[in-house]
Ligand binder design. Sequence first.
Ligand code: 13P
Length: 278
Amino acid sequence: MLANTKDILIDAQKGKYGVAAFNVYSLETVQAAIKVAEQENQPVIIALGERYFPTVDVEGFSAMVRAMAEKASVPISLHLDHAYEKQSIIRAIRCGFSSVMFDGSAYDIEKNMRLTKEIVEIAHMAGVSVEAEIGSLAKGAFSDEEEGDGTLTDPETAKKFVEETGVDFLAAAIGTVHGMYKGEPKIDMDLLKRIRQVVDIPLVLHGGSGTPEEKIRQAIELGIGKINVNTEVSMAAVSHLQKYFKNKEIAHLSSVMEDMQLSIEPVMTKFVKLFSGK
Ligand code: 13P
């Protein structure tokens, strides 16, 4: 069923499990995410990044995802990931996204707070929930996210930020990276614990790819409800396609796409199972 991201995350918080937010870029990636969610009987968040707006028919995409979600046997929501522009957020709200992320993490905290508050006011009028970020993630390997400076979230700033902005979910930077880790992951669980002590809204972990399973389990235990996954899914598809084309010189696009979807489903399943605690 088509669900609201906030409801999905409040349920996750109560049940102490995590929900995957899969970045998608095509029909096949959406189909895979919904199929895996149904197979595992878990909710899933379909996330489209603002960076794809120039090439994606956002209104058409939203209509398609929402129609597919309505038929699903589990809660599925549609989320706008990493949006920097107010216009993109308004566009997403207008065409039915249930939650949006305003990423003001590159600004100083006062400006991030002011702009986030403005977005929260607009989004809440439309019944849409808002994710924000303070601190930022560094960029690892194979990611197509923007470069970040890798600044950890300060708990007291997080508390003030949540109180002042009225934001619904907070992305906490605790040392995960966007993409695959270039060295040993340095994830600060004690920092997460301290953030959770002062912030009671659902917390979001960006940079799910490559993060050790044990760290993910601990993070969920400490209050992470939404975990974003992008790079590992993309890598599975790309490496599969490379092998595919080595073995087949001539292929029809329809079977290439079908095969690509099959190659990402096991990766999504791994994450959904892990997050659900199964
Ligand atoms: P990964 O690419 O590391 O999975 O991170 C995805 C993400 O955080 C999207 O916002």
